[in-house]
Design a protein around this ligand. Structure first.
Ligand SMILES: NC(=O)c1ccc[n+]([C@@H]2O[C@H](COP(=O)([O-])OP(=O)(O)OC[C@H]3O[C@@H](n4cnc5c(N)ncnc54)[C@H](O)[C@@H]3O)[C@@H](O)[C@H]2O)c1
Ligand SMILES: N[C@H](CO)Cc1c[nH]c[nH+]1
Ligand SMILES: [Zn+2]
Length: 424
């Protein structure tokens, strides 16, 4: 394997600076509460309203400000996302089995009680992140779902409010960044009680804040600056490959785009076209910065190496532009979401197709998939037994407990049985 384009060095140092900055902000908000939230909101977003909550009447009527075409597309998208989430929910079955005569074991999928959903809004108004967060929470049966999103031009964009209303959010707060994650996790704003789980994507500050509040509250996953990987062979269309790389690079100067290909000719064709695709978009500045800092082109020897390298990168999105692309669904292991064949593209998944767009970044795809209805459900277990089954368990339990020196554990077993185990 060799690279025709390398990423720029120096990203790791940057991340550790962000981490310490976020730690200071979270500690300050925990100590000083609302006053600190207001101070950071003023500093980073120039925003300090009387009340961060958007009035419900404004949320309900936001659709009046939107044109019908956009509203139709948003309704289509929400139905696609809801439909897929409902199908996924049906795969999560409660279970009750008798694994020994008289011993019944079971599990149930129980929704978390309250969720705080972060909808990014620094650079773009990410309307779709509203329903990607809220819909699966609602399908899971979460009782309370609040949304936080940064204001732009002194308000939350009406399309985000319309999407929040369609998706079924209980409240929307115009608050962004680390201060929003802290407000939802710590419950420091009047009327906004602490939630059990903070979910949603965001920039490097937001994702680091989620990582740091984890434990105190649950999180869905680490969904930071967008990444696109494309695996391709000599059948791929260099135009589509270059176009789709730039398609995601416009997200953030920290976004990554990686082409991994068995064809040096394709790699060179894509590189030759890339500048033209960057120049074709008005978001060129961000996309070009991302490409220069985080763009990579890797040429591999064969398909086995293609799969191995792609799995090592563990990228958020992977587009598959190879012969018989469906084969890759079962051959690849580490990715957030797969886009199979040239007729689909990451933007479909971002907005309208149905699978969730909140997906793992920074190699988190090695250990987690993306957001989905299952992330909002706790799989809890239970057991009950007949007296005969209890005696059988008691004997084994007491023997093992005594071998560990756990005498009180052993006693809880032996008092339930006539087993001849000596309690020391
Ligand atoms: N992985 C995913 O699933 C996924 C999905 C959608 C979007 N994204 C990513 O979400 C991100 C959105 O980023 P964004 O910046 O546009 O919006 P954002 O809402 O995530 O962040 C904006 C907030 O960042 C805070 N901020 C800005 N500079 C700061 C600083 N120096 N210190 C502390 N806080 C600061 C501000 O408070 C602001 O409200 C992009 O990186 C995009 O790629 C990821
Ligand atoms: N590609 C993003 C996930 O990394 C999601 C998104 C929403 N809108 C546009 N893109
Ligand atoms: Zn995107």
């Amino acid at each position: 394997m060799y690279r025709l384009k390398e990423p720029a060095p120096g990203r790791a140092e940057n991340l550790s600076e962000i981490s310490s900055r976020v730690r200071e902000i979270l500690a300050d908000i925990e100590r000083r509460g609302e006053a600190a939230v207001r101070e950071y909101s003023r500093r980073f977003d120039g925003w300090d309203p009387d009340d961060f909550r958007v009035p419900d009447s404004v949320v309900r009527s936001a659709g009046n400000e939107l044109d019908e075409k956009l509203k139709r597309s948003l309704r289509f998208a929400v139905e696609q996302v809801r439909g897929f989430a409902e199908h996924q929910r049906r795969t999560l079955l409660d279970l009750e089995v008798e694994t020994l005569p008289g011993l019944t074991l079971g599990h149930r999928h129980v929704p978390v009680e309250s969720v705080g959903a972060y909808v990014p809004g620094g650079r773009y108004t990410l309307i779709a992140s509203t329903y990607m967060n809220v819909v699966p929470a609602r399908v899971a049966g979460v009782d309370r779902v609040v949304v936080c999103t940064p204001p732009r031009d002194g308000r939350v964009h009406p399309a985000v409010l319309y999407a929040a209303h369609l998706a079924g959010a209980d409240a929307v707060y115009a608050l962004g960044g680390v201060q929003a994650i802290a407000a939802m996790a710590f419950g420091v704003l009047p009327g906004l009680a602490a939630v059990d789980m903070v979910v949603g994507p965001g920039n490097a500050y937001v994702v680091e804040a989620k990582r740091q509040v984890f434990g105190r509250v649950g999180i869905d996953l680490l969904a930071g600056p967008t990444e696109i990987g494309i695996i391709a062979d000599d059948t791929a269309d260099p135009f589509l490959v270059a176009c789709d790389l730039v398609g995601q690079l416009e997200h953030d100067p920290r976004s990554r785009g990686v082409l991994i290909t068995t064809s040096e000719r394709l790699a060179r064709d894509v590189l030759a076209q890339l500048d033209e695709h960057l120049r074709a978009v008005s978001t060129e500045e961000v996309a070009r910065a991302a490409w220069e800092a985080g763009g990579e082109v890797v040429v591999v020897a064969d398909e086995d190496e293609l799969i191995k390298v792609c799995d090592d990168y563990a990228l958020e999105h992977v587009e598959v532009h190879v012969r018989e692309p469906q084969r890759m669904i079962h051959l690849l292991r580490n990715y957030g979401s797969l886009f199979v064949g040239p007729e689909t593209t990451v933007a479909y998944g971002d907005k309208v197709a149905g699978p969730n767009h909140v997906l793992p970044t920074l190699r988190a795809a090695r250990f987690t998939g993306g957001q989905w209805v299952g992330k909002y459900l706790k799989t809890v277990t239970y057991q009950y037994a007949t007296p005969a089954a209890s005696r059988e368990l008691a004997e084994h339990c007491a023997t093992e407990s005594l071998a560990e020196g756990m005498v009180a554990h052993a006693r809880t077993a032996t008092v339930r049985s006539s087993a001849s185990v000596t309690v020391g």
